[in-house]
Design a binder for this molecule. Structure first.
Ligand code: XLS
Ligand code: NI
Ligand code: NI
Length: 439
């Protein structure tokens, strides 16, 4: 088979002094960090939709990038050309995983039976490539937000017929995910929300979403899916208000409907910041609840209020992300680059340079986070900050041995507590800088 990215070699690691745009500066797959090679800490995945589909189209203009890969778009030849391009791309970058929506793989037909036939055909084709290359599937999902039928959502729609259509898509997407050995299955509820409460029964819609997820879990387990289901929280866009607002909201929902044993979260950086949180915040909330499943690795723009899906560049962010991941003992999922090149970056080289940036930013994040942990000053500070709860009245509170009356009596006797000790934020931020920047 002829090469698609003809002038692009396999991307080597050359170190931080390298000026070669098509080389890794920090991502050294086999370098051992805290006892494990980088590639195991960082199971990177290619997002089929952005990398092989997004052509830079926006609300003001048509695409700038050619993603036809030599075939007419909307055909099965094109679907196969995307597979060829995708596997060549992943191999050249040393990416070991990919993620997909059903409609990223094949053009949707008028009749779902025909769409499903096409999905079977492409899945066989992908499987052959997986066997030859050793590349694996990180997760699959069904696109239940683009087609006009989903204008009012999928699980949250007012139409029982549309709900059944959503079920059919999930069933098939699960079949394909299982066939390709996917580690996870994602629900991103892009249109599971509302525009106005004047026409919406929120309670009913949320219950219906839970019913659909329960059926998905039952079906998935019945066909041998042993991985995690994920909710990918996002507060808004495309809907004004989305039900899976952030990690805390999604965890509450999963627990309320008894879905928390089968589900974890897929945390996307840009979604966390849209919710008014840091990326690190949503990772921490997921991790402490045993819900940190996978990561959509991208970044937003603090000046723009939408999901810009940029490639990770901000090394403070990737450092804090990896600080959370290392402390959580790693993740069962991976790091999916749910990111696209900017509209004026329309060449094949741009596609590679974008992934190199993202992978290098996370490699730097990993190295920095490992050093912060090994340095120990920050961990020790946090530990010491709660010292007053390790003995005396504090220890008795933690052990559940006190009553409110007793604490009130203790306070009265004490008179006035001392100030709780400096938080020393500036000192701690200085430690982070001294680890990040060694001039
Ligand atoms: C959109 C989401 C989407 C999910 C998969 O904002 O990030 O790409 O990751 O449906
Ligand atoms: Ni997103
Ligand atoms: Ni995403």
């Amino acid at each position: 088979m002829s090469e698609i990215f003809e002038n692009i070699p396999k991307i080597p690691y050359e170190g931080s002094a390298s000026k070669n745009p098509l080389a890794f500066k920090y991502y050294d797959a086999d370098r051992i960090v805290m006892g494990k090679p980088m590639k195991e800490h960082l199971p990177f995945a290619m997002a089929w939709w952005h990398n092989l589909g997004a052509n830079g189209v926006d609300m003001f203009g048509r695409g700038t990038a050619d993603k036809s890969f030599g075939a007419a778009e909307g055909t099965m030849e094109h679907a196969k050309a995307k597979v060829d391009a995708g596997f060549e791309f992943m191999q050249k970058l040393g990416l070991n995983y990919f993620c997909f929506h059903d409609v990223d793989l094949v053009p949707e037909a008028e009749d779902i039976k025909e769409t499903n036939r096409r999905l079977d055909e492409i899945a066989d084709y992908i499987l052959e490539k997986m066997e030859v290359t050793g590349i694996k599937c990180l997760w699959g999902t069904a696109n239940m937000f683009s087609n006009p039928r989903f204008m009012n959502g999928a699980g949250s729609t007012n139409s029982a017929d549309v709900y059944c259509f959503a079920a059919a898509q999930i069933k098939k997407a699960l079949d394909i995910t299982v066939k390709l050995g996917g580690r996870g299955y994602v629900f991103w509820g892009g249109r599971e929300g509302y525009e106005t409460l004047l026409n919406t029964d929120v309670k009913f819609e949320q219950e219906n979403i839970a019913r659909l997820m329960k059926m998905a879990v039952a079906y998935g387990r019945s066909i041998g899916f042993t991985g995690d289901f994920y909710i990918e929280p996002k507060p808004k866009e495309p809907m004004k208000h989305q039900y899976d607002f952030d990690a805390a909201t999604a965890i509450g929902f999963l627990r309320q409907y008894g879905l928390d044993k089968d589900f974890k979260l897929n945390i996307e950086a840009n979604h966390a910041t849209l919710a008014g949180h840091t990326f690190q915040h949503d990772l921490r909330i997921s991790a402490i609840n045993g819900m940190l499943g996978s990561i959509d690795a991208n970044q937003g723009d603090y000046l723009l209020g939408w999901d810009t899906d940029e490639f990770p560049f901000d090394v403070y962010e990737t450092t804090m992300c990896m600080y959370e991941v290392l402390q959580a003992g790693g993740i069962a999922g991976g790091f999916n680059f749910d990111a696209k090149t900017r509209r004026p970056s329309y060449t094949y080289e741009d596609m590679f340079e974008a992934y190199i940036l993202g992978m290098d930013s996370f490699a730097l994040g990993l190295l920095n986070a490992a050093e912060i942990i090994e340095d120990g000053r920050i961990g020790e500070f946090v530990h010491d900050r709660y010292e007053s709860f390790r003995s005396g009245i504090g220890a008795r509170i933690v052990n559940g041995e006190t009553t409110l009356e007793e604490l009130a009596a203790y306070a009265e006797k004490m008179g006035k507590p001392e100030l709780p000790g400096s938080g020393r934020q500036e000192y701690l931020e200085g430690i982070v800088n001294s680890i990040l920047f060694k001039k």
